[in-house]
Design a protein around this ligand. Structure first.
Ligand SMILES: Nc1ncnc2c1ncn2[C@@H]1O[C@H](COP(=O)(O)OP(=O)(O)OP(=O)(O)O)[C@@H](O)[C@H]1O
Ligand SMILES: [Mg+2]
Length: 272
């Protein structure tokens, strides 16, 4: 089981989009285990009370329990996981979120060892959770206690930086600094693998792109972690999300240029 999150302190950089498309592409990529070919099993968790992932992948409004209720009230994973809610993706299970969860987040802050509430829940529910090859968690921007809980238990944090959004460089750089300090101060057992993905990439020579490229040279911490693969600004990506499809299925059905899909597959090859 590998726990992944695409993250940035900065909002609107494509965290939810990439978490969603990455999870579906991983789920459709065959792996070989003990000489046999099979598809990976993926659990997608929406841990952002704005519930964008819930509407992207599942339903516009979810009225039942959320991952936050599970953490606050110690509910069993089995009772809140929705088995393949999107029937086209049978090996992708889901834990949704909704706006009501924003109230419950405060209760996490009142718990003992409040940074490790999610870790304790994962350990308690390990038998169910380790059936998944990958668990992909979508977080809100910012550093609320819920985000910190999930960041501390992630195996891989993929920083999403948006091309032409200078504040997204700053947002991930500030996170990196804080995360390193937290690992020491909270005596966390280990650090996640951290990489950075450039999203909404455009090779158009616009003024904002030029300013961004120049500004990026000041962020050595981010440049060092940057994947070679990037994700272009792409209409196919926007549409795949709207139609609740994997990028692979959308590109195939529409018989359109598969550039963004090749990029996504190359990100996966570089990461795993
Ligand atoms: N590579 C891309 N090409 C085109 N559009 C994109 C791309 N990545 C993201 N978008 C679009 O950018 C917008 C913001 O994306 P998304 O909601 O995934 O960002 P976010 O970081 O999760 O935002 P928030 O901080 O609000 O959670 C969406 O409209 C999405 O369709
Ligand atoms: Mg989001």
């Amino acid at each position: 089981m590998k726990i992944i999150t695409c993250y940035n302190l900065k909002g609107g950089v494509g965290k939810t989009t990439i978490n969603n498309l990455l999870a579906l592409e991983i789920a459709q990529t065959k792996i070989i285990e003990n000489g046999e070919e099979r598809e990976s099993k993926v659990l997608l968790i929406d841990a952002d009370e704005q519930a964008n992932l819930t509407s992207f992948f599942y339903n516009n409004i979810h009225k039942d329990k959320t991952i936050i209720d599970a953490l606050v009230n110690d509910l069993n994973a089995e009772d809140i996981i929705i088995k393949s809610p999107n029937i086209e993706y049978k090996n992708v299970d889901f834990i949704p979120c909704n706006l009501r969860a924003s109230v419950a987040i405060e209760y996490i802050a009142n718990k003992n060892a409040r940074e490790k509430v999610a870790t304790r829940w994962f350990v308690k529910n390990l038998e169910v959770l380790q059936r998944y090859d990958y668990i992909v968690i979508d977080l809100s921007p910012g550093t609320n206690i819920l985000n910190r809980n999930f960041l501390y238990l992630s195996d891989l944090i993929l920083g999403i930086v948006k091309h032409t959004d200078i504040a997204s460089l700053e947002g991930f750089s500030v996170f990196l600094e804080r995360y390193k300090k937290d690992i020491e101060e909270l005596e966390l057992p280990r650090s996640a693998e951290i990489r950075v993905l450039l999203n909404n990439y455009t090779n158009k020579d616009t003024t904002t792109a030029r300013i961004f490229n120049a500004y990026m040279n000041e962020f050595n911490d981010i440049k060092e972690l940057m994947l070679e693969s990037k994700i272009s600004d792409s209409v196919a990506i926007k549409n795949a999300i709207i139609y609740r499809k994997s990028l692979r299925d959308y590109v195939e059905q529409q018989r359109i240029n598969n550039k963004a899909l090749l990029e996504l597959q190359s990100v996966i090859k570089e990461l795993f």
